[in-house]
Design a protein around this ligand. Structure first.
Ligand code: ZN
Length: 291
């Protein structure tokens, strides 16, 4: 199943297009997209039943056009985890050792934004990081590899945008802040349940500049720590809560690892895709000059 956040409301995807979850469910679910995670199990079983029913064929569609405001499929997660150095090719370009345990850090939720949302570039060197993003569907503490996928509501496309100057200035990496400027965590457009994939652990992902070169292209099967391993590792310490977000790391091709280095500039449009999930598009804007 696929859900999204359109013009502030939770929508589900039928074959014909998007349907408003609150209207279709007689106000049982939505309209707040975050409320789907209050009881994801109930929401997903209702969605599947509704989409299979004759009502799905006649429900009014939520249209989308250039003026559509796409929000992140998860607008207010309690926690956002991220994994650093999780693809061997990216570790090699960073000239670092393959870690023996996942390198976990946090992004802050004020950085979330959606598909087609512009990102205002702050001062510094802003880099791209295409990532598979996992969204948690139910309370998850001390998961095992075998149970890990059962806690996942779905997958979405994300960018872990990073301002490298701040990130790398101090004696220890400043991940949390340098990756949490407004708009530095675009997600979307859709949240897709894991049963939509033949193998959710092996998806092509990448990003490119619109009208320009492919910047990153890899497969999620090349992660050092796969999704079950990440969930097991984090949930051994922190319970993962319904609606929490986990960025799973980026493959090779980031700007800071290039010779010469390359970063995002005003006017660039960053296009990020994951096979079977969708394509996330984010234009980059210059900072407004001070009056
Ligand atoms: Zn990252």
């Amino acid at each position: 199943m696929r859900s999204a956040h359109i013009d502030g409301r939770l929508v589900i995807k039928a074959r014909r297009g998007y349907l408003d979850a609150a209207e279709a469910s007689g106000q049982r679910f939505g309209p707040d997209p975050q409320s789907a995670f209050d009881d994801w199990e109930a929401f997903s079983s209702w969605t599947r039943e509704f989409l299979a029913s004759p009502d799905a064929a006649t429900a009014p569609l939520v249209g989308t056009d250039d003026s559509t405001k796409w929000g992140p499929p998860v607008p207010r997660p309690t926690q956002i985890f991220a994994v650093g150095l999780n693809y061997r090719d990216h570790i090699a370009e960073a000239k670092l050792e393959v870690p023996t345990e996942p390198a976990i850090f946090a992004k802050f939720r004020a950085s979330l934004t959606g598909h087609e949302s512009a990102v205002t570039l702050p001062e510094g060197l802003v880099d791209w990081e295409a990532e598979l993003v996992v969204v948690i569907g139910r309370y998850c503490y001390r998961a095992t590899r075998e149970t890990a996928w059962s806690y996942v509501a779905g997958l979405t496309v994300g960018q872990d945008l990073s301002e490298r100057r701040m990130q790398l200035a101090g004696p220890a990496p400043q991940y949390g802040l340098a990756k949490s400027y407004p708009g530095f965590a675009p997600l979307g457009p859709e949240l897709v349940s894991a049963d939509e994939f033949a193998d959710p652990d092996d998806l092509e992902l990448g990003c490119r500049l619109e009208g320009g070169e492919v910047l990153q292209k890899s497969r999620t099967s090349r992660m050092v720590f796969d999704v079950p391993e990440i969930i097991t590792y984090v949930s051994a310490v922190c319970p993962l809560l319904p609606g929490d977000v986990v960025f799973t790391g980026t493959p090779a091709g980031v700007g800071v690892g290039r010779t010469p280095p390359k970063f995002l500039a005003p006017g660039d449009v960053l296009v990020t895709w994951i096979e079977g999930i969708g394509t996330l598009r984010n234009p980059m804007l210059a900072q407004a000059s001070e009056a």
